[in-house]
Design a protein around this ligand. Structure first.
Ligand code: MLT
Length: 328
C-alpha cells in the first residue's frame, strides 16, 4: 500500500511539473566524459543556445559524469527521475557501446526518450609534437618501424576515440603496434598528448582544431570520406581514404536524450527549444569554426533520431567485430 502511495505522489508530481516545465529547477545536461572535451564543448554551447531559445527563463547546468567510455553517465540518466530536468548529451557512443559491452546496464533504444540530433563532427588522427613524422605516410611508416613501442590514447571502451582507434588500427593492420591508454575523456588525453606522455590519438575536431592551430599537436589525416575543404585549417589534411585506407569513413554525431517516461509535454518543449537552438547563428558559427556541422534535417525529430541511432547500432556492430580483436 505504501509503495502505491509513493508511486501516486511521484506521478502526480511529474504531471504537475509537466504543466509548469521547466519551472525554477535547472535543466541538467549530463555529459558522460570529462570537462573540457569535445562532448563537453557541444553541451556548453548548446546549453547557451537553448537558454536563449527558451526565452532566457530556463537555467541549464552541465554535469560531467565520466568513465567506462561514457556508459556511466548514460546509465545515470537512464535511471534518473523522468521529469525533464535530467538530460543526456551523448555521441556515437550510444551506438558503439552495445557492440563493446556484453553487460551494458541500460538499453539504448528502450531506456531513453529521443529528443533530436545535434551535430556531426569529423575526427582527426593526431600525434604528440615530438614525433619525427610530418605527414601521414611518414607517420604510418614510423608506426611500423616502432611497432610495439608506441601507445594510443582514448576515452574508454566505447568512446568515439576508442572506436576510431579500433577502426584505424584494423585498417592499417597495426596488430600489436601500439598499446591503448584509456582516459576519462579526451580532454585529459589531450593534456597527456600535448605533454608527450602518449604518442597519438584519434579525436574530434571540436577538441583538436585549437591544438593543431597552436602547434601543440601534429595532425596527419581526417576520418571523413571527403576532405574538409570548407575549413581553413583542416582543408590541408588528407582523408584516410586518400592515404589508401579504402572505404574508411567515420563521423561522430551528438544527440539529446531524456529518461524513458519523461512527460510528453516536457519532451515537446525541450525538442522545440532544441530545434530553435540549432538554428541559432551563434551556435552554428561556433560549431562550424570547430569543423562540426549542425544537423538541419529530419533527424532533429525524435522518431527520426531514434531510427538513426538504431541504424548506427546495426552498422557499427560488425565494424567492431571485425576490429574487435583490439578491444581492451
Ligand atoms: C570526449 O568528450 O571526451 C570525447 O568525446 C570522448 C570520446 O568519445 O572519445
Amino acid at each position: 500500500m505504501k509503495r502505491l502511495l509513493v508511486l501516486a505522489v511521484a506521478v502526480t508530481a511529474l504531471f504537475a511539473n509537466a504543466q509548469t516545465f521547466p519551472g525554477s529547477k535547472p535543466i541538467t545536461f549530463v555529459v558522460p566524459f570529462a570537462a573540457g572535451g569535445p562532448t563537453d564543448r557541444v553541451a556548453r554551447d548548446l546549453a547557451e543556445a537553448m537558454r536563449k531559445s527558451m526565452g532566457g527563463g530556463a537555467n541549464f547546468v552541465v554535469e560531467n559524469v565520466n568513465g567506462a567510455g561514457g556508459t556511466i553517465g548514460a546509465n545515470k540518466v537512464a535511471k534518473a527521475l523522468p521529469d525533464g530536468h535530467t538530460l543526456l548529451l551523448h555521441h556515437i557512443g550510444m551506438a558503439a557501446a552495445p557492440g563493446l559491452y556484453r553487460k551494458l546496464p541500460y538499453k539504448p533504444l528502450e531506456d531513453f526518450e529521443f529528443l533530436g540530433m545535434i551535430n556531426e563532427v569529423p575526427m582527426t588522427i593526431i600525434g604528440k609534437p615530438q614525433l619525427p613524422a610530418n605527414n601521414y605516410r611518414d607517420f604510418e611508416n614510423y608506426i611500423r618501424a616502432n611497432s610495439g613501442k608506441l601507445n594510443i590514447a582514448h576515452a574508454g571502451l566505447g568512446s568515439a576515440s576508442h572506436l576510431c582507434g579500433l577502426m584505424w588500427q584494423s585498417a592499417i593492420n597495426a596488430k600489436e603496434a601500439m598499446t591503448t591508454i584509456p582516459f576519462g575523456g579526451t580532454a585529459p588525453a589531450m593534456n597527456a598528448l600535448v605533454g608527450g606522455q602518449v604518442d597519438m590519438m584519434c579525436d574530434q575536431t571540436t577538441n583538436t582544431t585549437g591544438q593543431i592551430e597552436a602547434g601543440r599537436v601534429k595532425a596527419f589525416a581526417v576520418t571523413t570520406a571527403k576532405p574538409l575543404s570548407g575549413n581553413k585549417l583542416l582543408k590541408d589534411y588528407p582523408t584516410l581514404q586518400e592515404m589508401g585506407l579504402k572505404g574508411f569513413e567515420l563521423t561522430i554525431w551528438h544527440g539529446l536524450y531524456a529518461p524513458k517516461g519523461t512527460p510528453p509535454a516536457a519532451l515537446a518543449q525541450i525538442n522545440a527549444a532544441l530545434k530553435l537552438a540549432l538554428k541559432d547563428p551563434d551556435f552554428i558559427r561556433k560549431q562550424e569554426g570547430l569543423g562540426a556541422v549542425v544537423v538541419a534535417d529530419k533527424r532533429v525529430e525524435p522518431a527520426a533520431h531514434k531510427a538513426f541511432v538504431a541504424a548506427e547500432i546495426a552498422k557499427i556492430k560488425p565494424v567492431i567485430e571485425a576490429a574487435g580483436k583490439f578491444a581492451d
